[in-house]
Design a protein around this ligand. Sequence first.
Ligand code: ADP
Length: 472
Amino acid sequence: MKFSIKLVLSTMIVLALALGFSGFYFVNYVFETSLDREVGQALDESSILSFAFETAALNVPLKYSVLPDSAVEEIASKLEMGGQNGGRLLRIADEEKNILYTSDGFSADEGLLPQTDEHTKSYRVIDTQENYYVHTCVSVNTLDRVLYLETMKNVTEVFTERAMGFSLYRKVTVVILLTGMVIMLFIASFLTKPIRLLTQATKRMAAGEYTYRARQISRDELGQLTRDFNKMANALEENICKLEEEIEAREEFMGAFAHELKTPLTAIIGYADMLRSHKMDEEKSLMSANYIYTEGKRLEAMSFRLLDIIVAKQEEADLQEIPVRELFLYLQEMFAEKKEMDIRFRYEEAVVQAEANLIKTVLVNLIDNACKASEADSVIEVTGQAAESGYRMAVKDYGIGIPEAEQHKIVKAFYMVDKSRARSKNGAGLGLALCAEILKIHHSQLQIESKVGEGSCFSFVLPMENRGAYEE
Ligand code: ADP
């Protein structure tokens, strides 16, 4: 069952109960007040009649010391005539509670007589099937006699009014409930609109429309729920985008890997086939073996690099305090033999937080790339400088440079700007990908500034401990 229908039904139940109880209480209250009033009037009337009877008895001739039954009947019939609408209903009984006089139509039984004595008045409400009456009984003291006067007052109207009240209230209740139901349907539909919009958004998102958002139409708790839902949807969309990008990158990687594997393998298989199927002179055989060796070496280097990347990806950060001097001394020593390049080192003393071997790998890769991109005898500057954000290390060359559109791609595995040039220099497009992974461990990243024909500068920032003196 729909939530809005449940809302309407529960409101209707509460409304019906409230109207039922209040209506019953109200009609009954009016009825009881009217009945009490009628009873009061009946008792007053019977007191007046009793008094009138006593007065009339005083006028009976003095020869009687005790009021004779005939005089009682005479007085009673006179009193009976004095009522409204043609007559009163009354009954007279003597001391022994024997009936002396009964009006025509007086239908009450004698149940009230035994409950009444000289000093009490009594009454009850009786139902004669056709009508309701207030039946009263009072004593009358006259000329040494104690008589009992009973009256019947018709109160059917009070009961009829109660029945009419109930019937009217039932009709009013039905009308109010029907009108209330229509109004509640509108209200429930309005109140549950945010829920409907949320459901719609959930369905569309489940169907793959990750950009779809629920419309917020209220500022209450449901509005808050919509806001939170949309926030969750944003996070979800972001994660899905990331996942899609990751899958795309993985597919790209697999494609490039297969391609890079195929090239040396084709050469190796081709030369090996030539060696086994043709008789070649010594020089050609040596050349073929040489190709097989160099391509095999390339494959070996590529697999080592790939392994390095995989290891770097899984590496936990174990950063230690390293004086930068240690790093630069290592680089100076390593590239001392590279006489065909003018590599200059310039750094400011400091202690950085890094994993020494990994950072050395990054710097060696960057210097290697700078050498590959430069003409012989070109200048390559390797610098280290304390900055606001940490210790900045940079490798700058004045070589071929990288087109702007390619700059963000070169850190991807197997990406090479100029494939034949890179391969001729034994490159496989994995060096910068490895650098990027290593820098990730150091919570840092590669910055690339480059202009075609002017050169490139690759830099990164490491967390720094303290500053030292400037050295050349
Ligand atoms: P490779 O093994 O080919 O050097 P890298 O990942 O280190 O692989 O570099 C990717 C590509 O980026 C290189 O093939 C080259 O085209 C380009 N590149 C890297 N460093 C430089 C640089 N200093 N100057 C110009 N191009 C560069």
